[in-house]
Design a protein around this ligand. Sequence first.
Ligand code: ZN
Length: 248
Amino acid sequence: MPKVDALRRMIADATSIVAFTGAGISTESGIPDFRSPGGIWTKYKPIEFGDFLASAEARRESWRRKFATHATLQKATPNAGHRALARLVELRKMAAVITQNIDGLHQASGIPDDQVIELHGNTTYAACLDCRRHYELDWVREIFAVDERLPVCTACGGHIKTATISFGQSMPEAEMQRAQDVTLAADLFIVLGSSLVVYPAAGFPMLAKRNGACLVIVNRESTDQDGVADLVIHAEIGATMSRAVGVN
Ligand SMILES: [Zn+2]
């Protein structure tokens, strides 16, 4: 595996590594990629943020979908890929993980919350859209179980939604800024399991590269940015990263 050896050397030489993760790292934990062919979003039209705000039925439908897929997510645990990144954070080699995933598995693997930058939010809890107060999903489910009653914020009466960024919802400014800051400070930028098609998130690898960092892409399929990367590995993330980092 000469490519994995090359990655191991790049990791050893780097002082500020940033990982950028997409659905591919989570599918290895059994979480379906909703955007993939046959995924749920090819069967159901996504609920746009504007519709969620405007329509009680759209809000009910979003909670129906959430609770239909919730059990799969609750059962998922971090895999070897997540653990390899957690080890790099523990060794202070890795400054942060920027993720497009909403499953909270990086935090579950032991990476502190403030070193996980979630560009698309988090689906393991809910929040008020007005005052941002957090709510447990179990609390929402108890309310929704009674005639599909919609939860409202106990503090301000605002709409409550999973803490994810929906289609049509603007990107979170603070997270985008932090992602840019850590990207510009990186000397090694590793993309794991993202096809790099969803912008603006997919702009970070190019930003790192233009800023002088080494760019590595590990993904099962080829990506639009393979041509500019210093190293491309088309393989499973868990197996690749556990060998490159030396963890199981
Ligand atoms: Zn509120």
